[in-house]
Design a protein around this ligand. Structure first.
Ligand code: NAP
Length: 514
């Protein structure tokens, strides 16, 4: 069983005892005590007195990224005293110290973790080092290095699975977070978490609360299916919290993680080529900025099944893994476009086929604006695109407009002279932290109680645009409805079950109201 370990840096005995109690309360199965600042052993019994759980004692020297200035013998004395104070605990011994001073190893069995850390990059001799560490007489091997990209995690998973001895393999940094979250799936000896964001002892550590509540640590098993969102940046994404809570609520054996993939098609392709494999159990992906176009290009290259709408838009946001083990082909679609149409129709209480009778203003000509225009033009709506950069609006208008579908590009300032049935904001104006801005600051259209204003921005929940529209008597709908609809479509495609919309809504509302 993979242990969930909270790492605590001992600054003072009282602080550490408080933190140990909090870690155990939060569900830590083992607590690492970083003893780097200790130079004397006399306080050690008091540090651990009364705690029945397991500890891992570490006294990391400065030359291995820690703070201890003691020599090998000085640190051995500290570790021995800690073990004497709490006998069933484990100790961490640096591989480099072990090589030079075999004595450090004495009397610290049964659980000795031999460790190596590289805070710069992946060690060039990683495999050789791993083999040498496996051959030491330590019971557990730990390798931690800074991930150069997500692909380093694949190597970490391989080490976790292939080691003859229980292994800890960690990729540090944001790109390495999945090596921590998925450690249990790949049968690592343990994974480290922090008590809170401020007390993290290594780059990329996830808090124990997030490990357990967001990433469902307790439910992860070797056969758990993996899902995730590809983006850059991706740490702000609410999708992991939303989809994991939804999996939990229907008892689905899946975990959804963030995949930080650098900009550019080559990085996207490298990710897909590495992780779309039987060993990784990747079964579904959400795609966000800046990879929606890359995802389409990749799916077409692979001759995967891509829905017509995604081809028309030129971008997609969902991949669904093959239904059967024999097929290697994935499905791809764009759930944003149906989410936009669904949100407008639900707010107006009409069918999509009735939308063509309404005049629509799309504010913005980026990816979401383009998606909205593609979806609305397929329904033969007449559309005005209001954008700051006129050429982008003109390009979309000429691409999707035709004799039967009237689309015109307008300056964003001409919103003031407009009077349309529906306005959709697809710009990021008004998004947190710029909450005092609104596209209607360029000009407020003439609106009445039949007008609908739909703001695709969902953070904050109520934007300035929504307030302005309401004050002008218009109906309003916020971006959360679109987010929920596109996420629900993805969930249903992945699990084959109805999405627990209210669970998903509660998670978003909880996170946005924080
Ligand atoms: P994008 O491709 O970068 O496009 C951004 C658009 O915003 C462009 O039209 C840009 O105009 C305009 N813009 C940005 N800052 C502006 C400013 N200060 N003044 C005037 N125009 C400005 O981004 P995207 O992918 O379309 O996403 C846009 C927004 O859609 C996001 O911020 C998000 O809130 C929302 N969204 C919501 C959902 C959902 O599920 N609710 C899903 C996807 C996106 P220029 O062309 O002149 O630069």
């Amino acid at each position: 069983m993979t242990l969930l370990c909270v790492s605590i840096f001992v600054e003072s005995i009282d602080q550490a005892r408080r933190d140990i109690a909090r870690a155990i309360e939060a569900g830590a199965e083992i607590v690492e005590l970083r003893l780097d600042r200790l130079t004397e052993t006399e306080d050690l019994p008091r540090l651990v007195a009364g705690f029945s759980g397991r500890f891992l004692f570490t006294c990391r020297p400065f030359w291995e990224g820690g703070e201890s200035m003691l020599d090998d013998e000085g640190r051995r004395v500290i570790l021995e005293a800690a073990r004497a104070a709490h006998p069933m605990s484990a100790v961490d011994i640096e591989f480099n110290a072990l090589k030079d001073s075999p004595k450090l190893h004495n009397d610290l069995a049964p659980t000795r973790i031999v460790s190596y850390h590289d805070f710069e990059s992946r060690p060039a001799d990683l495999t050789k080092r791993f083999v040498a560490m496996q051959e030491s007489d330590a019971e557990v091997v730990k390798l931690a290095w800074t991930a150069r990209s997500l692909r380093d995690n694949a190597e970490a998973f391989e080490l976790m699975k292939s080691g003859a001895k229980p292994t800890i393999a960690i990729c540090m940094g944001e790109a390495g977070q999945i090596s921590r979250i998925l450690a249990k799936k790949f049968r690592a000896y343990l994974s480290f978490a922090s008590l809170d964001r401020e007390s993290s002892t290594a780059p990329g550590q996830v808090t124990i609360d997030d490990m357990k509540r967001i990433y469902r640590w307790d439910s992860i098993k070797p056969k758990t299916k993996v899902f995730g969102v590809i983006g850059s940046p991706v740490s702000h994404s609410m999708s992991p919290a939303v989809h994991n809570a939804a999996f939990e609520s229907i008892g689905f054996d899946g975990v959804y993680v963030p995949f930080l993939v650098n900009e550019g098609y080559e990085s996207f392709k490298a990710f897909m080529e590495t992780f779309v494999s039987d060993e990784f159990d990747l079964c579904g992906l959400s795609i966000t900025l800046p990879h929606k176009e890359n995802a389409l290009q990749y799916a077409l290259e692979k001759r995967w099944k891509v829905d017509k709408e995604a081809r028309r838009i030129g971008a997609l946001n969902t991949f669904v893994g093959p239904n059967s083990k024999r097929s290697k082909k994935w499905n791809a679609f764009n759930s944003d476009s149906s989410a936009i149409i669904g949100t407008i129709c639900a707010a107006l209480g009409i069918e999509a086929s009735d939308l063509s009778k309404r005049s629509i203003g799309v504010i913005g000509a980026g990816g979401t604006g383009r998606t909205a225009v593609a979806a609305l033009s397929a329904l033969r709506c007449s559309i005005s695109i209001f954008n700051r950069a006129p050429d982008r609006a003109e390009k979309i208008a000429s691409e999707f407009g035709s004799k039967k579908v009237r689309i015109e590009a307008q300056s964003i300032e001409s919103l003031a002279d407009s009077s349309l049935d529906v306005y959709i904001n697809t710009t990021s104006i008004g998004m947190s932290p710029s909450v005092d801005a609104s596209p209607f600051d360029f000009g407020i259209p003439r609106m009445n109680s039949n007008t609908l204003v739909f703001d695709s921005v969902y953070n904050p929940l109520e934007t300035k645009l929504i307030r302005q529209a309401r004050e002008s008597g218009a109906k309003t709908v916020g971006g959360i409805e679109m987010f929920l609809r596109q996420a629900a479509m993805q969930f249903e495609a992945w699990t084959g079950q109805p999405a627990p919309i209210e669970v998903m809504r509660r998670v978003i509302l909880e996170r946005l109201s924080k």
